[in-house]
Ligand binder design. Structure first.
Ligand code: PLP
Length: 365
């Protein structure tokens, strides 16, 4: 992407690919033309590198990370693999991105558990109502988006995680709109399962992502779908038909094969770039840009949907005529999204002051 010809305010849709990520993917694909030049270490070592990088991003153990193709994989793992059945309830807020709704609805129909959908308050997460819902009958799981795709509102993971822990409820988080603009230390914040596609804020290829599963839950969740490499000894290709259903000791029991190694080579390169920039530095820069967009919009008389006190990298604003504002932004090369009647702006680590100014000028003309 020619980053300077356009103002890219759309990381919440798809993150742009860093040059080194493209190079890593290209190199892998070119070698793939002669598959024998791509050895075991290239394939499985690439996935191992990704697991290490994700673990360090979250302060998790590598053994708690399964690489995955998208967010939905982790949510489905929770919905179908957790011990949930008739008489059990899972709680989810309304207004979730469908990746955190349909897997629960589908699994509940098949498995017989109930889904308790907690209404939003003024379009934002109602944390008090969510906390009250946790005390309902048979509640076994809570699943929330860390950051709402539409409003940009941010869930208080520490409070919700502690409330779940106190009640022995599994806490599942759709992390895709949070990780990158925000940081998470899973040694401190009690998230049990974090489902995260990497195609947005982790600047990685489509079809790359991961699922974090807290160690204590490894044996609680039934692996599904069952991959042929989910079992111990499956690295030994000389005894593939010595079937023994003994899960791997780590989260690789939840990983699918064969994954698109070239995409994970790209993901590893992107994660290395983010690590070099420093996760705290990235988060601080995004916070500055997002706040500047929100306060600048408010000064220009544009309604802000996202709170300036509680945001990640999404600034959702509602101009009087959103479609017209969207057309104006588009004409000035400001790449953005129109979601639920609001303009969604999502700056990131590459965003400059000039980008913010150009966006605000186009927004409020
Ligand atoms: C909150 C949220 N969850 C999930 C997704 C995507 O899910 P998946 O990675 O499964 O495509 C998106 C956006 O596309 C999103 O905004």
């Amino acid at each position: 992407m020619d980053a300077r010809a356009e103002v890219y305010m759309n990381a919440a849709s798809t993150g742009p690919s860093p040059v080194r990520s493209i190079a890593a993917q290209r190199e892998f694909i070119e070698r793939r033309a002669a598959p024998h030049t791509v050895d075991y270490e290239d394939q499985f070592g690439t996935l191992a590198r990704c697991r290490d990088l994700v673990a360090s991003l979250l302060n998790a153990r590598t053994s708690e990370i399964a690489m995955a193709t998208n967010t939905g994989a982790g949510i489905n793992l929770a919905a179908w693999g957790l011990p949930l059945g008739r008489g059990d309830t899972m709680v989810v807020p309304d207004g979730e991105f469908p990746a955190n709704m349909y897997p629960w609805l589908g699994a509940s129909r098949a498995r017989g558990f109930d889904v308790c959908v907690v209404p939003l308050r003024n379009g934002l997460l109602d944390e008090d109502a969510l906390l009250s819902a946790l005390d309902g009958r048979g509640v076994k799981a809570l699943s929330v988006s860390w950051t709402s795709f539409a409003s940009g509102d941010v869930a208080d993971l520490a409070t919700l995680g502690a409330a779940c822990q106190a009640r022995d409820i599994v806490f599942v988080v759709d992390g895709i709109q949070g990780l990158g603009p925000l940081t998470l230390d899973v040694a401190k914040v009690k998230v049990d399962i974090l489902a995260c596609g990497a195609q947005k804020w982790l600047l990685s290829p489509w079809g790359s992502g991961f699922t974090f599963v807290r160690r204590e839950l490894l044996d609680v969740i039934t692996p599904q779908p069952v991959s042929w490499m989910a079992v111990r000894g499956s690295d030994d290709f000389s005894r593939l038909v010595d079937y023994e259903l003994a899960w791997r000791d780590d989260a690789r029991r939840f990983e699918q094969v064969t994954l698109a190694y070239q995409d994970f080579a790209g993901m590893a390169a992107s994660l290395e770039l983010l690590a070099e920039l420093g996760k705290e530095n990235v988060a601080a820069h995004v916070a500055t840009c997002t706040r500047a967009l929100l306060s600048g919009a408010a000064e220009r008389g544009v309604e802000c949907v996202t709170s300036i006190e509680r945001h990640a990298g999404i600034a959702s604003v509602r101009p009087r005529d959103a479609e017209q504002a969207s057309a104006r932004l588009g004409a000035r090369g400001v790449i953005h999204s129109l979601r639920e009647g609001t303009i969604r702006l999502s700056p990131y680590c590459y965003t400059t002051d000039a980008d913010v100014e150009a966006t605000l000028d186009a927004l409020a003309d």
